[in-house]
Ligand binder design. Structure first.
Ligand code: FNR
Length: 342
């Protein structure tokens, strides 16, 4: 199978991959405020994270590029939607484009369509410092994501088997690039210890990429007969991962992602300690199935939902929302209790 076919396979299977965010966020409830003392027109969604000014706490998380015309078109449309709605956007992994110049136009289009927007480069943890600099230059990126996808690689027969040295390479990259570095999971979550380790080598932000949304073990297992199906239920849920990362004492920006589809979930993710929320699969599905106007409409709906929830909670800013009181029950409560994070 060619690389381009594999990229398209990922998109196809991701579109079929059902998200069950309703269950992972159900354990989190806000305390209702009868006297919020807010006016809906005073609510502001802009927020600064890790040195970047964002006009919305929502961004389009890394998905694609490098697979030829189809991924070019998807990236182009995502970039237009990002520009029209003021969202930051990460591109998909640029690793193959670093080797093959012919693929670069599928990423370059994102900067071309959105010359002044916040655009985030994306590489794997096998990347060198030279790779990192080249990926940033390719799209004049404002930040760099380094993804950690151990479970996805192990599930693929042709995937990587050697994950040694990743932390050292991340540290070297942090030391040479002049943009904020975000280290991200891709749907299996993160512990506080991992967040702490990453923060100790100087990464600006961790994107916890928790379970409950796009599931790359399921996607890879669907593509073949012999499977490692035990990885289908692997991982740490998104709310738990955010709380884990938020419990560390070091200063690190926390990005919540994995299964976000509603303003209510986004509000809960921010209130648990995230500074921004990344959405991948849900946006891709809307774009591919309904088109760019529908995607832009959905982003505006998410902004409206978030504004209403913030008004109800008496939160005028995203920082206020991060301090909104909430109650945690069920499996999420038990997990945190056992981990000593309650
Ligand atoms: C992804 N994701 C991803 N992440 C990354 O760092 N580099 C990549 O190249 C890709 N590629 C990719 C392709 C497709 C089709 C999807 C749906 C996703 C992972 C993505 O950024 C995110 O971490 C997870 O999808 C979890 O978020 P959602 O989809 O549940 O919102």
């Amino acid at each position: 199978m060619s690389r381009s076919e594999r990229k398209w396979d990922h998109i196809r299977f991701a579109l079929e991959n059902k998200q069950n965010s309703a269950t992972v966020f159900d354990d989190i409830k806000f305390l209702h405020q009868s006297l919020p003392n807010t006016n809906v027109f005073d609510v502001q969604l802009d927020h600064s994270i890790g040195g970047l000014y964002l006009s919305s706490p929502i961004f389009i998380n890394a998905m694609t590029g490098g697979g030829g015309e189809k991924t070019f078109q998807i990236n182009k449309e995502l970039a237009i939607a990002a520009k029209n709605t003021g969202l930051a956007m990460a591109v998909g992994s640029q690793m193959s484009a670093l080797k093959d110049k012919a693929e670069r136009y599928t990423y370059g289009i994102v900067r071309k369509e959105n010359p002044n927007g916040i655009i985030i480069a994306n590489i794997g943890s096998e990347a060198t410092t030279e790779n990192a600099k080249a990926a940033i230059d390719m799209i004049e990126a404002n930040a760099l994501q380094i993804h950690l996808n151990v479970i996805q690689e192990l599930t693929m027969p042709e995937g990587d088997r050697d994950f040694s040295g990743a932390l050292n390479r991340i540290e070297s990259i942090v030391n040479v690039v002049d943009v904020p570095v975000i280290v991200k999971e891709v749907g299996f979550g993160m512990t506080r210890e991992t967040a702490e380790t990453l923060s100790s080598v100087g990464v600006t932000a961790v994107d916890v990429g928790g379970s409950g949304g796009t599931n790359f073990a399921e996607i890879e297992n669907k593509r073949r007969e012999k499977t490692f199906s035990f990885f289908n239920n692997w991982g740490i849920s998104t709310p738990v991962s955010i709380i884990e990362a938020a419990s560390i004492t070091n200063q690190v920006t926390i990005i919540g992602s994995g299964g976000f589809t509603t303003g209510y979930d986004i509000a809960r993710g921010l209130a648990l300690g995230a500074n921004a929320i990344g959405i991948a699969g849900y946006f891709l599905r809307i774009l591919v199935e309904k088109g760019i106007a529908a995607l832009q409409e959905e982003i505006e709906t998410l902004h409206k939902e978030l504004t209403m929830i913030m008004t109800a909670l008496g939160a005028k800013t995203i920082s206020d929302l991060q301090n909104a009181p909430l109650v945690i029950s069920g499996d999420t409560y038990h997990w945190l209790h056992q981990r000593g994070i309650d």
